[in-house]
Design a binder for this molecule. Sequence first.
Ligand code: ZN
Length: 130
Amino acid sequence: MRHKIKTVKPQQFIDITDKVANEVKNSNVRSGIAVVYVPHTTAGVTINESADPDVVRDIISALDKTYPVHGEYLHIEGNSHAHIKASLMGSSCTVVIQDGRLLLGTWQGIYFCEFDGPRNREFYVKIIEG
Ligand code: ZN
């Protein structure tokens, strides 16, 4: 299923765990996998700690130190840092579904990762029974 998402900052992680969990619930699939896919080249998806929001802030700031917004890049569009960060986070993630629920760890959340916002974005969730 396609989900629309509107980012409001140049770089931002948005917790989409509830959206994915709801889709699992509505599918009535008890056992399988959920795939989250982001069809963008300057945004990605990752799983990391959702209990302390400072963790994702630290991830963004660490990425910025290594891949600064205004670095020495060839890409004429001027957003190479965002392309690099999106590739590092990846464009999809997979979570096991067990007993009708996402099998996430206690501290894990699924994050949509914006690196060239704000923009209107989208992501897809595919539930596969098995
Ligand atoms: Zn570009």
